[in-house]
Design a protein around this ligand. Structure first.
Ligand SMILES: Nc1ncnc2c1ncn2[C@@H]1O[C@H](COP(=O)(O)OP(=O)(O)OP(=O)(O)O)[C@@H](O)[C@H]1O
Ligand SMILES: [Mg+2]
Length: 362
């Protein structure tokens, strides 16, 4: 057995393994950093970008499994991940430095878009990706409240310094109209002003280079989706719904709306899927069951996961501690699974199409 296990054989075994960011073979971009085949051990070092940080553990496991299957006689297989630097290009007329721009929307209000958008941003950032969060709900911004952020952003050389949410050992830039308009004040926006507000928050905020910009969309209306699609190429939209028929119908309309403005659909998240009574541990399907999965299948879009209705999720939101959902073992696995499926799906779609257009800044 040992004669067949040399460096070339190990490299060949991993040659077509896809990079979880681009979907292209790791070997193509110099991401098979070091390969050591010294029976009884195989040691491999793989370079991965922070864009796929949420998948690093999963990728390491899959590579180890592949090596164990290909070289069953080798008792020790060790795979380490090292950071691979691949900076983002500039997107759209505004030159946003981001690799993926993900809008989180729904057709219906109050289904948990902002909670899910913030949770996706926090989950990706916790794993090690560089993430920004834009609250595009200019009429009813709720991100500042959900994240417990307040105050007015500073302006430096004509650019807005975003507020920052502490996540893990770093922090995440967050921008919302809620930081610019005094709380409780009603703003009447007309179409062009709305477009101006969105593009200004995108263009004039000092985001820094990002792996992801997550955008919390307002309910329903297509105006903001249209504005967004005009200023930069969105990677796609995640549609949030509840299992209720009416919410699913609205979600289907939202999907049609995103498609109309050429924003690809990245998948569907079902929120408030079920309730497990803390006293009896009995499960209640308050809004019905399985509807979103079925709808996603019918519409041929990925189902990214479900989030149960949980009192702590609402309490954390009210207390400005949405990030604390990740400290809760009853909520965390659901949120992490959504982040993993989303990023996994991005790699699959990236592999199937050329990279996003990087246009020169105007
Ligand atoms: N899975 C959940 N369990 C318990 N409460 C939840 C859950 N998801 C969201 N909530 C709560 O439901 C309320 C509405 O959520 P959220 O603001 O995220 O919805 P939305 O779709 O963004 O609303 P809007 O349409 O007003 O923008 C909040 O109080 C939030 O804390
Ligand atoms: Mg909202």
């Amino acid at each position: 057995m040992s004669t067949a296990v040399d460096q070339a054989a190990v490299r060949a075994a991993l040659a077509d393994f896809p990079d979880p960011e681009t979907g292209r073979p790791l070997a193509e971009m110099g991401q098979l950093v070091a390969v050591e085949a010294a029976p009884p051990a195989i040691r491999v070092s793989i370079g991965l970008t922070t864009h796929s940080a949420v998948l690093w553990k999963q990728v390491r496991g899959r590579i180890e499994e592949r090596l164990r299957t290909r070289f069953p006689g080798v008792p020790a297989v060790e795979v380490t991940i090292t950071p691979h630097h691949r900076p983002p290009g500039k997107l759209g007329q505004i030159g946003l430095e981001a690799k993926s721009v993900v809008a989180v929307g729904s057709g219906k209000g109050g289904v948990g878009k902002s909670t899910i958008a913030a949770s996706i941003a926090i989950g990706l950032a916790r794993a090690g990706s560089t993430v920004g969060l834009l609250d595009a709900d200019v009429y009813g911004p709720s991100v500042p409240h959900l994240l417990g952020l307040e105050g007015r952003p500073q302006v430096e050389s004509g650019k807005i310094v975003p507020m920052r949410l502490a996540v893990g050992t770093g922090s995440m830039p967050v921008m919302s109209m809620g930081f610019l308009v005094p709380p409780g004040e009603a703003v009447v926006w007309r179409g062009p002003m709305l477009h101006g507000a969105i593009s200004q928050m995108l263009r004039d905020t000092l985001w820094g280079p990002l792996d992801y910009l997550v955008i919390d969309m307002p309910p329903g209306t297509g105006d903001i989706a249209l504005s967004l699609s005009q200023v930069l190429p969105l990677t796609g939209a995640v549609v949030v719904c509840t299992p209720q028929d009416v919410a699913l119908l609205d979600a289907t309309k939202a999907i049609a709306m995103f498609r109309k403005v050429n924003i690809p659909i990245l998948g569907m998240v079902e929120n408030m899927s079920f309730f497990v009574c803390p006293d009896t541990l009995k499960r209640y399907d308050i809004f019905g069951t399985g509807g979103a999965k079925r709808t996603a299948k019918e519409l041929e879009i990925p189902f990214l996961g479900e989030v149960p209705l949980q009192i702590p999720i609402r309490e954390h939101g009210d207390a400005g501690r949405t990030a604390a959902n990740y400290d809760d073992p009853a909520a965390r696995p659901y949120l992490e699974a959504i982040c993993e499926r989303l990023v996994g799906h991005l790699a699959a779609t990236n592999a199937a199409r050329p990279p996003l257009p990087s246009l020169p800044t105007l």
